[in-house]
Design a protein around this ligand. Structure first.
Ligand code: ADP
Length: 546
């Protein structure tokens, strides 16, 4: 911590909340610019809707959502149409304020007319979502899963998933929603921060009982019931990859704005918290993505009314320590320099003092004698430094080039899923390519909005206007779409945001390739644009040479 400000550059910057710091020119930061904005409930719902429009089957893991207040009448109308076509459909909806967390302000409704318009919905936008009425229960209780995902790099895309996560339980037996039980938060909302206040909350020292358990303990129970947990994992991996694919276009726009290409800057990584609900049929559904998941390894216990004490939570420790440890292992700058898989002695000493025993056990099990000898010598030094515990000793350790062999560390809990499974998902990365076109025409570095001239240049360079689509029509398209997006956006900036550009692009694609399904229309237009821009670049090179 640098209470008085930082002077020297660091290898790794571990920020508490967001990326923002204008003085970082190297190293790695544990936050991406714009991540908080990108995963807000409304922005996430919009990104998921864009992907659902392109790939309805692939993106059916996100509950149908509407944005309030702007889509209130659309919501009312669509629900009425669905009810008319299927009178047996008795839905429930969950209303969640944008930017809210820990269950704050959430309520359930049976009828769209019950949206609470009193209490200025205008000033507090929200998402209303289809409520998943048939969740998988365990011990008659609803629970959700918190999984930790490391976005190690945006370009090229690198994603890791933690092999274990947390399961957070409700504290009242679940019943399907009725008008009578809609308000019972301990039955319907799995938030730890809410359920901890229930008299039924069970703190447990075991990772497979109580109101917070490891996800692996749930998988064990499911497996013993004969469930196909392999398929469940593979569905969860798909959900995570597809969600990140939906988020990357927006993230890339923020990234180039804060860290312009060609200028010195840091690279970024980030640990994200994915909240997932399993349906009765074991289908995982995404609830939300947290940019700043809690990494606390203790919980509050109420000793007497209103008096709380922090006590260690073995479940949190088991899952979260491994996530942070492995994130540091994966982004370890020393690793890059040495190009081998050793973690620096200093790093080891700082993050694993309590795991010293497992290091010794690891060394005892080593087969390679020379390696074992080296490691034993090292472990003795470690013991010495740990006993001494002085800064001087740490410094000495750092200056010497002692290293702890990776083989002696616990195996990685973070599993790489992308690019490992890239082949199965690359066809979904269409909006990424649209975002690349958008970024290319932004012009001024540091901006996230496209001006009218940039949009005109895009149309002209890609040769998209013709006698049926004049430049005047291009201007009208720009003004119409931009004005609408700017009236609903949170930021009151001028210019065309990425989402507006994507809408304009889809509109152009529909106009040009009328008979194809939307994703084919968009792909065809992307290919035309990329091809024409490449040809233009070639021509300019030739002119340049001439
Ligand atoms: P918050 O950020 O306030 O925690 P969430 O979106 O995570 O908001 O919702 C809070 C809780 O509400 C979730 O943990 C889950 O138990 C429940 N929940 C949210 N969305 C749904 C849904 N569509 N269907 C069923 N339960 C939901």
């Amino acid at each position: 911590q640098f209470p008085l400000g930082r002077r020297l550059p660091c290898d790794i910057y571990w920020h508490g909340v967001s990326f923002h710091d204008n003085n970082i020119f190297s190293g790695q930061v544990n936050k991406f610019p714009g991540m908080m904005e990108t995963v807000r409930k409304i922005t996430l719902s919009r990104a998921m809707r864009t992907m659902k429009n392109l790939f309805p089957v692939e993106y059916n893991f996100y509950p149908q959502s509407w944005i309030l207040p702007e889509e209130l009448s659309l919501f009312v109308e669509e629900v009425r149409t669905m009810k008319d076509s299927d009178p047996s459909w008795k839905p429930t909806f969950i209303v969640k304020p944008d930017g809210g967390c820990q269950g704050d302000g959430i309520y359930l409704i049976k009828d769209p007319g019950d949206i609470r318009l009193t209490g200025s919905i205008q000033s507090r936008p929200a998402v209303v979502q289809e409520y998943i009425c048939k969740p998988l229960l365990m011990d008659k209780l609803k629970f959700d899963i918190r999984l930790y995902v490391l976005l190690k790099s945006l370009e090229p895309l690198e994603i890791y998933i933690a092999k274990d996560g947390l399961s957070r339980f409700c504290t009242e037996p679940y019943q399907e929603p009725t008008l009578k039980n809609l308000h019972q938060v301990f039955m319907h909302l799995t938030n730890y921060s809410l359920n901890i206040h229930s008299g039924n909350f069970i703190h447990s020292d075991s990772v497979n009982t109580g109101s917070k358990r490891t996800f692996s303990s749930i998988l064990c129970r499911l497996s013993s019931r004969g469930a196909d947990v392999k398929k469940l994992w593979s569905d969860i991996i798909s959900l995570v990859i597809k969600t990140i694919i939906a988020l990357t276009p927006e993230l890339k726009v923020y990234y180039q704005s804060d860290i312009p290409a060609g200028k010195p800057g840091p690279t970024c990584f980030q640990i994200l918290g994915f909240d997932i609900l399993l349906m009765k049929n074991l289908k995982p559904m995404l609830l939300e993505v947290n940019a700043n998941p809690s990494m606390r390894i203790e919980h509050e216990q109420e000793l007497s009314p209103g008096v709380f004490e922090n006590v260690p939570s073995p479940v949190d420790e088991e899952v979260k320590v491994a996530v942070i440890r492995d994130t540091l292992r994966l982004v370890d700058p020393q690793k890059k320099k040495r190009k081998d898989t050793h973690l620096s002695f200093h790093t080891y000493l700082l993050i694993f003092p309590t795991q010293f025993q497992s290091l010794l056990v690891g060394i005892a099990g080593m087969k390679d004698k020379q390696h074992k000898h080296h490691s034993l010598k090292l472990s003795l030094k470690l013991k010495f430094y740990l006993k001494l515990g002085s800064c001087q000793a740490l410094e000495q350790a750092r200056e010497g080039s002692q290293e702890v062999p990776e083989a002696a560390l616990p195996s990685l809990c973070l599993k790489q899923v992308f690019p490992k499974y890239a082949g199965e998902f690359s066809h979904l990365r269409l909006v990424d390519r649209v975002a690349a076109l958008f970024i290319r025409f932004l012009g001024v570095k540091g901006t996230t909005r496209l001006g009218p001239t940039g949009f005109r240049t895009f149309i002209r360079n890609c040769r998209l206007s013709n006698s049926n689509f004049s430049m005047a029509a291009v201007d009208i398209l720009y003004i119409d779409i931009t004005r609408r997006w700017n009236s609903v956006g949170i930021e009151k900036e001028s210019g065309m945001c990425l989402q507006a550009f994507v809408e304009a692009f889809f509109c152009l694609a529909r106009r040009k390739y009328k008979s194809l399904p939307l994703h084919e229309q968009v792909l065809a237009l992307i290919e035309v644009c990329e091809c024409r821009l490449a040809a233009l670049r070639r021509r300019r090179l030739v002119w340049g040479c001439g």
